[in-house]
Design a binder for this molecule. Structure first.
Ligand code: NAD
Length: 310
């Protein structure tokens, strides 16, 4: 594969990107558009044409990425898949070129620490850099990034992180601290979102106008990402776009509760949120965007929040 040459005539380092789903496709595109020489791979090829049109090259496998790219960024769904792709047979750690892995997935601190150790044993570094801000933030490059890992590795990753994120936080050298912060954030998001669904469905049944409720909450103390962004953009007009699955949100809350149990911190309210998400998954809705969980409350309350009218 030809190396990209910069204006000064230097060979430009390749950046690998594995996992081109709801988040990864935007991050990889932004890196390619910012002039990085990006080599991408996903087990699904539905993003291939779009990414190639932005200048990225498509690799045939995880191993092909890691044989060619010194820095490999990943955006993968679950801790087990992240671990397999990074440290399994023919994974990134077996690659000839890969030296630094930047994991933007939500993997949880325990898995992240284990992966960091396995990579270190092969002379490689991990920067765990989970992100927040949803698909909109990924599209616009305004994600919040919560990074941890050895300082020199973080410094090396920083130029890439600045292409995908706006608020970049470094949480120190201890592996997994970025992940710890991220699962706490997402658990707060889940609890606030589900409580908002309950309140807004109650308000709808009581005859309050959907938009007016949001307008009031959003200048009052009940506001959150759910009331300011998620519900107005995804539910108010009944659009329900696919942005973040219930399966993945449940995974994040479960990772957080596991850490709470491990560290002796009770998390009763968060566990209620997990149970509601788990119920939705049990009803066959795990692959839907988590906005659709509101529809259970609407069925139980025999009412609807918002309408398709604009
Ligand atoms: P997604 O399921 O849309 O994308 C994951 C991608 O990984 C898919 O395209 C899938 O085909 C690919 N993949 C799976 N196994 C693979 C393998 N072995 N090799 C190569 N590719 C493989 O998930 P997403 O919503 O983009 O989330 C990715 C990560 O980011 C998750 O850890 C999630 O928790 C986290 N996250 C998501 C959001 C969001 O709003 N969607 C926000 C912040 C963080």
């Amino acid at each position: 594969m030809p190396q990209m040459i910069t204006r000064k005539g230097e060979q430009m380092e390749k950046t690998g990107f594995i996992g081109l789903g709801n988040m990864g496709r935007h991050m990889a595109r932004r890196l390619a558009q910012a002039g990085h020489d990006v080599l991408v791979f996903d087990i699904r090829d539905d993003q291939r044409e779009a990414l190639e049109s932005h200048g990225a090259s498509w690799a045939g496998s995880v191993r092909a990425v890691a044989d060619a790219a010194e820095v490999v960024v990943v955006s993968l769904p679950t801790p087990a898949i992240v671990e397999q792709v990074l440290t399994g047979d023919d994974g990134v750690a077996a690659g000839k070129a890969a030296r630094l892995v930047v994991d933007t997935s939500t993997t949880g601190p325990s898995t992240s620490r284990r992966i960091a150790e396995k990579l270190l044993a092969r002379g490689m570094r991990l920067v765990d850099a989970p992100v927040s801000g949803g698909t909109g933030g990924a599209e616009e490059g305004t994600l919040t990034v919560m990074a941890s890992g050895q300082a020199d590795a973080y410094e090396r990753a920083r130029p890439l992180l600045r292409v995908i994120g706006k608020n970049i936080f470094y949480l120190g050298e201890e592996a997994g601290q970025g992940q710890m912060m991220k699962i706490i954030n997402n658990t707060l998001c889940a609890a606030a979102t589900l409580a908002s669904f309950e309140g807004l469905v109650l308000g709808s049944k009581a005859g309050l106008d959907a938009k007016t409720m949001l307008d009031i909450i959003n200048v009052s103390s009940g506001r959150s990402f759910a009331t300011e962004v998620k519900i107005p953009q995804c539910i108010l007009h009944r659009d329900f776009p696919m942005r973040f699955t219930t399966d993945l949100l449940h995974k994040d809350v479960k990772l957080c509760l596991d850490e709470g149990a491990r560290m002796g911190v009770p998390m009763w309210v968060s566990d209620m949120a997990r149970q509601m998400l788990s119920f939705a998954i049990g009803q066959g809705k795990g692959a839907d965007d988590y906005a659709r969980v509101i529809q259970f409350y609407e069925t139980w309350g025999q009412t609807q929040f918002g309408s398709a009218d604009r």
